[in-house]
Design a binder for this molecule. Sequence first.
Ligand SMILES: [Zn+2]
Length: 378
Amino acid sequence: MTLAVLPEVETISPELKLHCIACDATLPPTLVYRCPDCGGILEVVRQKPEGHSWLRADFVGDGITLGEGGTPLRELRPNLLHAGFSGRLLVKDETRNPSGSFKDRLVAAALSRAIALGATGIVSASSGNAGAAAACYAANAGVPAIIVCPDATPRGKLAQIVAYGAALEQVPGHYGNAFEHARQICAETGYANLTTTYLNPYGVDALRLIGQELYEQMECVGPDWIAIPTSSGPLVKGVFQGFMDRAGKVPRLIAAQSEGCAPIARAFEDGKIDVDGWENPNTIASGISDPLQAYPEEGSLTLSLVRASKGLAYAVGDVGIREAMIDLARKAGLFCEPTGAASLAAARDLFIKGTIGSSDTVVCIVTGHGFKDFAAWT
Ligand SMILES: [Zn+2]
């Protein structure tokens, strides 16, 4: 395949390193996805700029960015959380990213690094949103993209992937099968793997900007709670790190999962440190239906961050997710997919249970646009 001329991307900063969270090894920044010594999760370590926080340009090259991030934080009527709630309810509207989900933040950074490191194409395993983001950004960069999705991926997401010109492959069964197939394609082609679990450390690294953004939008006063739709959990890590970057402390984080696929919430409930894979994922919230069977340690990392924030992982039923989704549309004019509403659904349950207080400040991150999953609305 003939490649288009690639956009110019800054070379990788010499201060940037990869760090293994399992064995503490340090590596130079390359296209590596797990620790070569122990197989542990890798994270980016970077020096904080003097006197200011990071900018998008520290993560994403000029030729790659499509204006991701900088999304609105909207204040909603308190009773949209629940009758009797008199605190503040805010939503971080990530549907406003270029391809309609927060995944654009990861993909922009991961693609920048991939090109800077010489990749000639990209691959992404996806429940739909990450694939749409990867296809979108690869199209703009003139880089071939192969996206691997489970058969049951919502058609709106598949339509996006095809519209952006990526090669779409669908595999039977759950997300874990797509993950493995994408890894095989990377091994065969040498393409960069932009899968947005904790696999690509450069993508996860960029999510700290959402935490920083939230802190600034809250005028440097953190909320009491931040509810986050959670699959393997890079968004939890991004919010955690972003608040640590700016405030040195973190609000209580709620990792919102669906009862139909809740490996992290189950481990939290059972008081376990290690997350076990989920058996048979079944939920309308396709974006958080990763059973984590092949990489449960990713769930364990997320769980450790939730606990460090004094927060919790919580599973909500599909009925509650659907109600929250409909209320966001009809009472706040926010059209989202089921996964995006899992945050509000979880916060509602936790208010009813008395975990969230009636005068607390609650931020719900809404992760993906309603155009992506028409079937959920019919
Ligand atoms: Zn290691």
